[in-house]
Design a binder for this molecule. Structure first.
Ligand code: IPE
Ligand code: IPE
Ligand code: MG
Length: 239
C-alpha cells in the first residue's frame, strides 16, 4: 500500500483529502475543443489521483463532481455530465473495487438526476461497501449549504429540541456522519474559492490552490500538495 515518497513523512499523511476538480472547460477551450471533452479528460486525472492516494495511504478522498449550482449550466452540458458520471462508474468500478476502494456519494437526491445515474451510483456503492483501503466519496448534486439545510430539516422532523442542537448532533445529521473532516482541500484551475464544497467540514482544513487545470492534475500534484500540507502549522485556535 503506502510506499516511501520523497519529502513526505508517512506518519503525517492527511487522513482525508478533498478535491475541487475545476478547470475542465478551460482545458478544452484552450485546445479548441468542446467543454465536454475537458470533463472526459478529467477521468484520467481522477483515476491517477486515486492511485496516488492509495500509494500515500490516504484513507478518505472526496471529489466534487457536480454541484447544486451546476444545474445552471447549459442543458447539453448538464446532460453530458450526468451521462459521463454514469459511464465513469460503469468503466471504473471493477478496477476500483479490486483496489479496495469503497465508493460513496454525498449530495441531495433530486428528480433531475436521471434514474439510470442513481441506479449506477447505488450499484457502485453496494458493490464496494465492505472495502476499506480508501473511501472515495463523489460529491454529486452536492452543495454545502444544502447539506446543512438538510441536516437541520432532519433534526426538526425528528423533533430534536433546541438544547439538543449542538455542533456534534448537527454533524451527526450530515450526509455521511462517519466521514472525518478533510485535513487538506485542493482546488485546481487558479480560482481562490470554495464554491459551496463541504462548508461545515472544512472549518479547519488546510487549503491548497493550484493553477493546474483538473485534466492535467496527476498524482505528482497530489504529492506536492501533501508536502505543502506537511509544512503547515495547524493551530486550531491555539497559540
Ligand atoms: C469542473 O470544470 C467540472 C465541473 C464543474 C463539473 P469546469 O467545467 O467548471 O471547468 P471551467 O472552470 O469552466 O474551466
Ligand atoms: C465547483 O466548480 C464545482 C465542481 C468542481 C463540481 P465550479 O466551476 O462550478 O465553480 P465556480 O462556478 O467557478 O465557482
Ligand atoms: Mg469551473
Amino acid at each position: 500500500m503506502s510506499t516511501a515518497i520523497e519529502g513526505i513523512d508517512p506518519s503525517r499523511v492527511p487522513t482525508h483529502v478533498g478535491c475541487v476538480m475545476d478547470g475542465n472547460g478551460r482545458w478544452a477551450q484552450r485546445r479548441g475543443m468542446q467543454r465536454t471533452e475537458g470533463h472526459a479528460a478529467g477521468e484520467e486525472a481522477l483515476f491517477d489521483t486515486v492511485l496516488g492516494a492509495l500509494d500515500l495511504g490516504i484513507q478518505w478522498l472526496t471529489v466534487f463532481a457536480f454541484s447544486t449550482e451546476n444545474w445552471r449550466r447549459p442543458q447539453d452540458e448538464v446532460r453530458f455530465l450526468m451521462g459521463f458520471n454514469r459511464g465513469l462508474l460503469r468503466r471504473r468500478r471493477d478496477e476500483l473495487n479490486d483496489l479496495g476502494v469503497r465508493i460513496r456519494f454525498a449530495g441531495r437526491s433530486d428528480w433531475r438526476v436521471p434514474r439510470s445515474v442513481t441506479r449506477e451510483m447505488q450499484e457502485s456503492a453496494a458493490m464496494t461497501v465492505s472495502n476499506r483501503t480508501l473511501t472515495l466519496t463523489m460529491a454529486f448534486n452536492y452543495g454545502g449549504r444544502a447539506e446543512i439545510v438538510d441536516a437541520v430539516r432532519s433534526m426538526v422532523a425528528k423533533g430534536v429540541s433546541p438544547k439538543e442542537i449542538t455542533e456534534k448532533s448537527l454533524a451527526e445529521h450530515l450526509y455521511l456522519p462517519d466521514m472525518p473532516d478533510p485535513d487538506l482541500v485542493i482546488r485546481t484551475s487558479g480560482e481562490y474559492r470554495i464554491s459551496n464544497f463541504l462548508l461545515w467540514q472544512l472549518a479547519y482544513s488546510e487549503l491548497v490552490f493550484l493553477d493546474t487545470l483538473w485534466p492535467d492534475f496527476r498524482r505528482s500534484d497530489l504529492y506536492d500538495a501533501v508536502r505543502e500540507y506537511q509544512g503547515r502549522n495547524r493551530r486550531y485556535g491555539r497559540v
